[in-house]
Ligand binder design. Structure first.
Ligand SMILES: Cc1cc2nc3c(=O)[nH]c(=O)nc-3n(C[C@H](O)[C@H](O)[C@H](O)COP(=O)(O)O)c2cc1C
Length: 329
């Protein structure tokens, strides 16, 4: 009998458990990525977090992870076309990742074709984050091998569809679909696989781990928060981001102001505004990650907080989820 944990995702990524620790700016640190991979899932490196937040040279950061695990790791390429310099930087990061043995890539936001063209000759596989069918079709036209369906319960930039509705929309396209959003417990994991997903990509659950370098206050915030404490704010990045409703978020507000809105709509001004937001949010989120300060508690988290009740080693989470699925499938 085939192991019930074997799915198109585990085959494509060369892993044992169909569980991805999604890229998280600013939370993805090398120890967290390595711990998830070492336990049989796959940790995804977020290059800006690795370099700007955690202070590693990109190649050295990858080598540090390699010293902690020999198992596959992945890399996230946020490919929104905002500037030429950013694109060139991302191309270099991808080349270094390939040289260091990375073969699994998760693209988000833009057209992934150039990433596919760059990594396929080396045997690299690209899974593309999408929130609706339109983006999935664009990704498929660009040659991606799998989709990650980001639903309305996800941390980070959430989608608008439920996990069920999104799968219904994406499954007919014929590629494996991974569930991103709302998976905080082993029951949530089993439910996603039972629905027909090829695996799950988790973010929030892995912040509440000893390996994640987030502040204790942030981790406690996740453990203590319920679903109703998660709100969307446009004020951090210009598009809605799921965060815990802290005093700092209430002060900042949740809607972009009228000028920002106008700028975000214009074809030419949109990129400038996004860059501005991106720079501001990179800084605010970095400060919020590492410091226990009530003035800077900008804590991204999704509705999966509902199923997260303790801080737990990342490897234990992977093993517990895998075991629960093995015994119920
Ligand atoms: C703090 C945080 C930061 C994130 N940053 C990124 C990112 O930089 N790139 C990306 O593609 N997805 C990002 N995500 C999305 C995650 O990779 C993943 O898809 C999502 O967290 C799944 O939902 P969950 O938090 O409910 O598990 C982020 C999520 C969180 C919670």
């Amino acid at each position: 009998m085939a192991d019930t944990l074997t799915t198109p995702l585990t085959r494509a990524a060369g892993i044992e458990v169909p569980l991805v620790c999604g890229a998280m700016y600013p939370c993805s640190n090398p120890e967290l990525v390595a711990a998830v991979s070492e336990a049989g899932g796959i940790g995804i490196v977020q290059p800006i977090a690795l370099t700007y937040v955690h202070g590693h040279d990109f190649r050295e950061g990858l080598r540090l992870i390699r010293r902690l695990t020999a198992k596959p790791i992945g890399m996230n390429a946020l490919i929104e076309q905002s500037s030429k310099a950013y694109r060139e930087r991302m191309e270099r990061w991808i080349d270094v990742a390939l040289e260091e043995g990375v073969r699994f890539f998760v693209t988000s936001l833009g057209n992934p074709r150039w990433v596919v063209d760059r990594v396929s000759p080396a045997g690299g596989v690209v899974y593309h984050d999408v929130t609706e069918r339109k983006w999935a079709e664009k990704g498929i036209a660009g040659g991606v091998q799998g989709l990650i369906g980001v639903n309305d319960r996800a941390g980070g930039h959430a989608g608008a569809r439920s996990a069920e509705a999104l799968l219904e929309e994406l499954a007919p396209l014929g590629l494996p679909v991974v569930c991103a959003g709302g998976v905080g417990s082993e029951q949530d994991f089993a439910r996603a696989l039972r629905m027909g997903y090829a695996g799950a990509q988790l973010g929030t659950r892995f912040i509440a781990t000893p390996e994640c370098r987030a502040s204790e206050a942030y981790k406690r915030g996740i453990v203590e928060a319920g679903e109703k404490d998660i709100v969307l704010t446009e004020r951090l990045t210009g598009v809605p981001v799921a965060v815990i409703d802290t005093p700092s978020v209430r002060r900042l507000g949740t809607k972009a102001g009228p000028l920002a809105r106008f700028m975000l709509r214009g074809r030419r001004t949109k990129h400038w505004m996004r860059t501005l937001y991106a720079l501001r949010s990179l800084w605010a989120l970095k400060r919020g990650l590492l410091r226990d300060s009530p003035e800077r508690d900008f804590w991204q988290a999704g509705k999966s907080v509902a199923g997260i009740h303790r801080i737990e080693p990342a490897g234990d989470i992977v093993r517990r989820f895998a075991e629960a699925w093995r015994t119920t499938a």
